[in-house]
Design a protein around this ligand. Structure first.
Ligand SMILES: C[C@H](N)CC(=O)CC(=O)O
Ligand SMILES: [Zn+2]
Length: 302
Protein backbone atom coordinates (compact mmCIF):
# COMPACT_ATOMS: atom_id res chain seq x y z
CA UNK A 1 0.00 0.00 0.00
CA UNK A 2 1.34 3.42 -1.03
CA UNK A 3 1.79 5.76 1.89
CA UNK A 4 0.76 8.59 -0.39
CA UNK A 5 -2.87 9.18 -1.31
CA UNK A 6 -4.11 11.19 -4.27
CA UNK A 7 -6.75 13.57 -2.93
CA UNK A 8 -9.13 14.99 -5.52
CA UNK A 9 -11.18 18.04 -4.60
CA UNK A 10 -14.46 18.52 -6.47
CA UNK A 11 -14.89 22.25 -6.08
CA UNK A 12 -18.40 23.25 -7.11
CA UNK A 13 -20.13 20.64 -9.30
CA UNK A 14 -23.42 20.66 -11.15
CA UNK A 15 -25.68 18.90 -8.66
CA UNK A 16 -26.33 21.63 -6.12
CA UNK A 17 -27.83 25.12 -6.17
CA UNK A 18 -26.47 28.19 -4.32
CA UNK A 19 -29.27 28.35 -1.75
CA UNK A 20 -28.17 24.99 -0.37
CA UNK A 21 -24.90 26.48 0.96
CA UNK A 22 -23.22 29.88 0.76
CA UNK A 23 -19.89 28.03 0.69
CA UNK A 24 -20.52 26.75 -2.88
CA UNK A 25 -18.13 28.74 -5.10
CA UNK A 26 -19.98 30.41 -7.98
CA UNK A 27 -17.88 33.04 -9.72
CA UNK A 28 -14.61 32.41 -11.53
CA UNK A 29 -12.72 34.19 -8.73
CA UNK A 30 -14.45 32.11 -6.04
CA UNK A 31 -13.81 28.78 -7.84
CA UNK A 32 -10.12 29.69 -8.39
CA UNK A 33 -9.70 30.86 -4.77
CA UNK A 34 -11.29 27.63 -3.51
CA UNK A 35 -9.10 25.56 -5.81
CA UNK A 36 -5.88 27.20 -4.67
CA UNK A 37 -6.82 26.78 -0.99
CA UNK A 38 -7.87 23.15 -1.53
CA UNK A 39 -4.50 22.46 -3.18
CA UNK A 40 -2.67 24.13 -0.29
CA UNK A 41 -4.66 21.86 2.08
CA UNK A 42 -3.46 18.72 0.27
CA UNK A 43 -5.53 18.17 -2.89
CA UNK A 44 -3.39 17.26 -5.91
CA UNK A 45 -6.28 16.98 -8.39
CA UNK A 46 -8.92 19.70 -8.80
CA UNK A 47 -12.20 18.63 -10.40
CA UNK A 48 -13.76 21.63 -12.13
CA UNK A 49 -17.27 22.63 -13.16
CA UNK A 50 -18.40 26.21 -13.89
CA UNK A 51 -21.54 28.17 -13.04
CA UNK A 52 -23.31 31.22 -14.45
CA UNK A 53 -21.77 34.00 -12.36
CA UNK A 54 -25.01 35.95 -11.86
CA UNK A 55 -27.20 33.03 -10.74
CA UNK A 56 -24.96 30.07 -9.90
CA UNK A 57 -26.71 27.85 -12.44
CA UNK A 58 -24.40 25.03 -13.62
CA UNK A 59 -23.34 25.72 -17.24
CA UNK A 60 -20.85 24.44 -19.84
CA UNK A 61 -19.63 27.92 -20.76
CA UNK A 62 -16.23 27.80 -22.48
CA UNK A 63 -15.32 31.37 -21.61
CA UNK A 64 -15.83 30.60 -17.93
CA UNK A 65 -13.91 27.30 -18.20
CA UNK A 66 -11.07 29.13 -19.96
CA UNK A 67 -10.81 31.75 -17.21
CA UNK A 68 -11.00 29.16 -14.39
CA UNK A 69 -8.48 26.74 -15.94
CA UNK A 70 -6.07 29.55 -16.89
CA UNK A 71 -6.14 31.14 -13.44
CA UNK A 72 -5.82 27.79 -11.65
CA UNK A 73 -2.89 26.83 -13.87
CA UNK A 74 -1.23 30.16 -12.98
CA UNK A 75 -1.71 29.68 -9.22
CA UNK A 76 -1.26 25.93 -8.57
CA UNK A 77 0.44 22.91 -10.15
CA UNK A 78 -2.39 20.59 -9.15
CA UNK A 79 -3.80 18.36 -11.89
CA UNK A 80 -6.80 20.18 -13.42
CA UNK A 81 -9.67 17.82 -14.24
CA UNK A 82 -12.64 19.53 -15.91
CA UNK A 83 -15.94 17.71 -16.08
CA UNK A 84 -17.58 16.19 -19.13
CA UNK A 85 -20.50 15.19 -16.92
CA UNK A 86 -21.70 18.75 -16.65
CA UNK A 87 -25.15 19.31 -15.18
CA UNK A 88 -28.83 18.73 -15.84
CA UNK A 89 -30.00 19.70 -19.32
CA UNK A 90 -26.60 19.75 -21.06
CA UNK A 91 -26.10 17.83 -24.31
CA UNK A 92 -23.13 15.48 -24.66
CA UNK A 93 -21.67 17.89 -27.24
CA UNK A 94 -21.89 20.77 -24.77
CA UNK A 95 -20.41 18.55 -22.05
CA UNK A 96 -17.49 17.53 -24.32
CA UNK A 97 -16.73 21.05 -25.56
CA UNK A 98 -14.30 21.75 -22.68
CA UNK A 99 -11.89 19.29 -24.29
CA UNK A 100 -10.98 22.04 -26.75
CA UNK A 101 -8.68 23.28 -23.98
CA UNK A 102 -6.79 19.93 -24.22
CA UNK A 103 -6.84 19.39 -20.40
CA UNK A 104 -4.41 16.73 -19.11
CA UNK A 105 -7.35 14.91 -17.49
CA UNK A 106 -11.16 15.00 -17.59
CA UNK A 107 -14.01 12.89 -16.27
CA UNK A 108 -15.66 10.25 -18.45
CA UNK A 109 -18.91 8.83 -17.06
CA UNK A 110 -19.27 5.11 -17.74
CA UNK A 111 -23.04 4.76 -18.12
CA UNK A 112 -26.51 6.26 -17.86
CA UNK A 113 -28.36 6.56 -14.54
CA UNK A 114 -31.33 8.28 -12.96
CA UNK A 115 -29.90 11.19 -11.02
CA UNK A 116 -32.21 12.31 -8.28
CA UNK A 117 -31.57 15.73 -6.80
CA UNK A 118 -35.25 16.30 -5.98
CA UNK A 119 -35.24 15.24 -2.31
CA UNK A 120 -33.39 18.51 -1.60
CA UNK A 121 -36.16 20.52 -3.26
CA UNK A 122 -38.52 19.49 -0.49
CA UNK A 123 -36.40 21.19 2.10
CA UNK A 124 -37.64 24.39 3.63
CA UNK A 125 -35.04 26.61 1.97
CA UNK A 126 -35.76 29.94 0.21
CA UNK A 127 -34.98 28.53 -3.25
CA UNK A 128 -35.10 30.75 -6.34
CA UNK A 129 -37.73 29.42 -8.77
CA UNK A 130 -35.02 28.13 -11.18
CA UNK A 131 -33.28 26.35 -8.27
CA UNK A 132 -36.41 24.50 -7.19
CA UNK A 133 -37.09 23.61 -10.84
CA UNK A 134 -33.48 22.43 -11.32
CA UNK A 135 -33.79 20.10 -8.33
CA UNK A 136 -37.45 19.07 -8.76
CA UNK A 137 -36.96 18.48 -12.51
CA UNK A 138 -34.41 15.76 -11.72
CA UNK A 139 -37.37 13.49 -10.96
CA UNK A 140 -37.39 12.95 -14.73
CA UNK A 141 -33.64 13.37 -15.32
CA UNK A 142 -31.56 10.65 -16.93
CA UNK A 143 -27.81 11.35 -16.73
CA UNK A 144 -27.30 10.13 -20.28
CA UNK A 145 -24.09 8.28 -21.08
CA UNK A 146 -24.95 5.76 -23.76
CA UNK A 147 -22.29 3.59 -25.38
CA UNK A 148 -22.34 6.10 -28.25
CA UNK A 149 -21.90 9.04 -25.84
CA UNK A 150 -19.02 7.40 -23.97
CA UNK A 151 -17.36 6.46 -27.26
CA UNK A 152 -17.80 10.02 -28.58
CA UNK A 153 -16.21 11.58 -25.48
CA UNK A 154 -13.45 8.94 -25.30
CA UNK A 155 -12.50 9.68 -28.92
CA UNK A 156 -12.50 13.43 -28.25
CA UNK A 157 -10.15 12.76 -25.31
CA UNK A 158 -7.91 10.61 -27.51
CA UNK A 159 -7.66 13.53 -29.96
CA UNK A 160 -7.04 16.13 -27.26
CA UNK A 161 -4.44 14.01 -25.43
CA UNK A 162 -6.66 14.07 -22.33
CA UNK A 163 -6.51 11.19 -19.87
CA UNK A 164 -9.99 10.04 -18.83
CA UNK A 165 -10.88 9.52 -15.19
CA UNK A 166 -13.70 6.99 -15.52
CA UNK A 167 -16.64 7.71 -13.19
CA UNK A 168 -18.33 4.45 -12.20
CA UNK A 169 -21.65 4.70 -10.32
CA UNK A 170 -22.55 1.03 -10.04
CA UNK A 171 -21.14 -2.39 -10.73
CA UNK A 172 -22.98 -2.78 -14.07
CA UNK A 173 -20.95 0.08 -15.47
CA UNK A 174 -17.78 -1.98 -14.98
CA UNK A 175 -19.20 -4.38 -17.57
CA UNK A 176 -19.84 -1.37 -19.86
CA UNK A 177 -16.15 -0.64 -19.45
CA UNK A 178 -15.23 -4.28 -20.17
CA UNK A 179 -17.26 -4.06 -23.39
CA UNK A 180 -15.69 -0.75 -24.41
CA UNK A 181 -12.26 -2.31 -23.91
CA UNK A 182 -13.24 -5.20 -26.21
CA UNK A 183 -14.36 -2.56 -28.71
CA UNK A 184 -10.98 -0.80 -28.40
CA UNK A 185 -12.66 2.43 -27.27
CA UNK A 186 -10.79 2.38 -23.95
CA UNK A 187 -7.70 0.49 -22.85
CA UNK A 188 -6.10 -0.18 -19.46
CA UNK A 189 -4.50 1.06 -17.37
CA UNK A 190 -7.45 3.13 -16.23
CA UNK A 191 -8.08 5.69 -13.52
CA UNK A 192 -11.37 4.71 -11.91
CA UNK A 193 -13.47 6.92 -9.62
CA UNK A 194 -16.07 4.90 -7.73
CA UNK A 195 -18.89 7.41 -7.20
CA UNK A 196 -21.28 6.17 -4.51
CA UNK A 197 -24.35 7.80 -3.05
CA UNK A 198 -26.11 9.29 -6.06
CA UNK A 199 -29.86 8.64 -5.88
CA UNK A 200 -30.35 6.45 -8.94
CA UNK A 201 -27.15 4.41 -8.56
CA UNK A 202 -25.11 2.66 -5.89
CA UNK A 203 -25.32 3.77 -2.26
CA UNK A 204 -22.30 4.98 -0.26
CA UNK A 205 -22.06 1.76 1.76
CA UNK A 206 -18.89 -0.25 2.51
CA UNK A 207 -20.02 -3.53 0.93
CA UNK A 208 -21.01 -1.69 -2.26
CA UNK A 209 -17.57 -0.11 -2.61
CA UNK A 210 -15.89 -3.44 -1.86
CA UNK A 211 -18.08 -5.22 -4.40
CA UNK A 212 -17.21 -2.66 -7.10
CA UNK A 213 -13.50 -2.86 -6.28
CA UNK A 214 -13.42 -6.67 -6.25
CA UNK A 215 -15.39 -6.83 -9.50
CA UNK A 216 -13.00 -4.37 -11.19
CA UNK A 217 -10.00 -6.41 -9.94
CA UNK A 218 -11.58 -9.60 -11.32
CA UNK A 219 -12.52 -8.06 -14.69
CA UNK A 220 -9.35 -6.07 -15.35
CA UNK A 221 -6.68 -7.34 -12.92
CA UNK A 222 -5.49 -5.52 -9.80
CA UNK A 223 -2.68 -3.62 -11.58
CA UNK A 224 -4.82 -2.51 -14.55
CA UNK A 225 -6.24 0.53 -12.75
CA UNK A 226 -5.80 3.12 -10.09
CA UNK A 227 -8.91 3.86 -8.09
CA UNK A 228 -10.47 6.48 -5.90
CA UNK A 229 -13.72 6.70 -3.98
CA UNK A 230 -16.14 9.65 -4.02
CA UNK A 231 -18.97 9.37 -1.51
CA UNK A 232 -21.87 11.73 -2.20
CA UNK A 233 -23.55 13.37 0.80
CA UNK A 234 -22.86 13.12 4.52
CA UNK A 235 -21.67 10.79 6.12
CA UNK A 236 -21.15 8.96 2.80
CA UNK A 237 -18.22 11.14 1.76
CA UNK A 238 -16.05 10.36 4.77
CA UNK A 239 -17.19 6.75 5.13
CA UNK A 240 -16.05 6.06 1.56
CA UNK A 241 -12.86 8.07 2.17
CA UNK A 242 -12.06 6.07 5.30
CA UNK A 243 -12.64 2.71 3.62
CA UNK A 244 -10.65 3.73 0.56
CA UNK A 245 -7.72 4.84 2.74
CA UNK A 246 -7.85 1.51 4.56
CA UNK A 247 -7.84 -0.44 1.27
CA UNK A 248 -5.01 1.53 -0.35
CA UNK A 249 -7.22 3.60 -2.62
CA UNK A 250 -7.38 7.33 -3.31
CA UNK A 251 -9.98 9.82 -2.16
CA UNK A 252 -12.30 12.50 -3.56
CA UNK A 253 -13.94 15.13 -1.37
CA UNK A 254 -15.45 18.54 -2.06
CA UNK A 255 -18.54 20.74 -2.02
CA UNK A 256 -19.65 19.21 -5.33
CA UNK A 257 -20.42 15.97 -3.52
CA UNK A 258 -21.08 16.95 0.09
CA UNK A 259 -21.93 20.16 1.98
CA UNK A 260 -21.20 19.03 5.56
CA UNK A 261 -17.93 18.51 7.43
CA UNK A 262 -19.64 17.07 10.54
CA UNK A 263 -23.13 15.72 11.19
CA UNK A 264 -24.40 19.05 12.40
CA UNK A 265 -21.82 21.36 10.79
CA UNK A 266 -21.93 22.74 7.27
CA UNK A 267 -18.58 22.91 5.51
CA UNK A 268 -17.32 26.48 5.22
CA UNK A 269 -15.00 25.69 2.31
CA UNK A 270 -13.54 22.92 0.15
CA UNK A 271 -10.25 23.26 2.07
CA UNK A 272 -12.09 22.26 5.27
CA UNK A 273 -13.19 19.00 3.62
CA UNK A 274 -9.68 18.36 2.27
CA UNK A 275 -8.19 19.02 5.73
CA UNK A 276 -10.54 16.38 7.22
CA UNK A 277 -9.49 13.90 4.50
CA UNK A 278 -5.82 14.64 5.32
CA UNK A 279 -6.48 14.00 9.04
CA UNK A 280 -8.21 10.72 8.15
CA UNK A 281 -5.29 9.71 5.93
CA UNK A 282 -2.87 10.46 8.73
CA UNK A 283 -4.76 8.01 10.96
CA UNK A 284 -4.00 5.35 8.32
CA UNK A 285 -0.39 6.45 8.09
CA UNK A 286 -0.89 7.92 4.65
CA UNK A 287 0.01 11.40 3.45
CA UNK A 288 -1.33 13.54 0.60
CA UNK A 289 0.51 13.00 -2.68
CA UNK A 290 2.12 16.05 -4.22
CA UNK A 291 0.92 17.05 -7.72
CA UNK A 292 4.09 15.47 -9.14
CA UNK A 293 3.47 12.20 -7.32
CA UNK A 294 -0.20 12.29 -8.34
CA UNK A 295 0.82 12.60 -12.00
CA UNK A 296 3.07 9.56 -11.63
CA UNK A 297 0.37 7.52 -9.88
CA UNK A 298 -2.27 8.51 -12.45
CA UNK A 299 -0.01 7.92 -15.45
CA UNK A 300 0.03 11.57 -16.48
CA UNK A 301 3.00 13.18 -18.12
CA UNK A 302 5.12 14.95 -15.43
C1 LIG B 1 -21.47 12.74 -8.62
C2 LIG B 1 -20.60 13.62 -9.39
N1 LIG B 1 -21.29 14.67 -9.97
C3 LIG B 1 -19.79 12.89 -10.40
C4 LIG B 1 -19.09 13.77 -11.30
O1 LIG B 1 -18.39 14.63 -10.87
C5 LIG B 1 -19.29 13.53 -12.73
C6 LIG B 1 -18.62 14.54 -13.66
O2 LIG B 1 -18.48 15.69 -13.30
O3 LIG B 1 -18.28 14.11 -14.78
ZN1 LIG C 1 -18.31 16.62 -11.45
Amino acid sequence: MDDQVVITCALTGGMTVPTQSEAIPITVEQIVEEGVRAAEAGASVLHVHVREEATGRPVADLELFDRVLTELKRNTDAVLQPTTGGGRGMTVEERGSVLTFRPEMATLNAGSINFGLFPVAGRDLPFEPWERDYLEGSRDYIFKNTFADVTYLAQLMEESGTRPEIEVYDVGQLYNLQYLVKEGVLRPPFNLQFVLGVLGANAAEPDQLLHMLRTAQRLFGEDAFTWSAAGVGYPGEFRMAGLSLMLGGNVRVGLEDNLRVERRKAAGSNAELVEKAVRLADLYDRRPATPGEARRVLGLKG
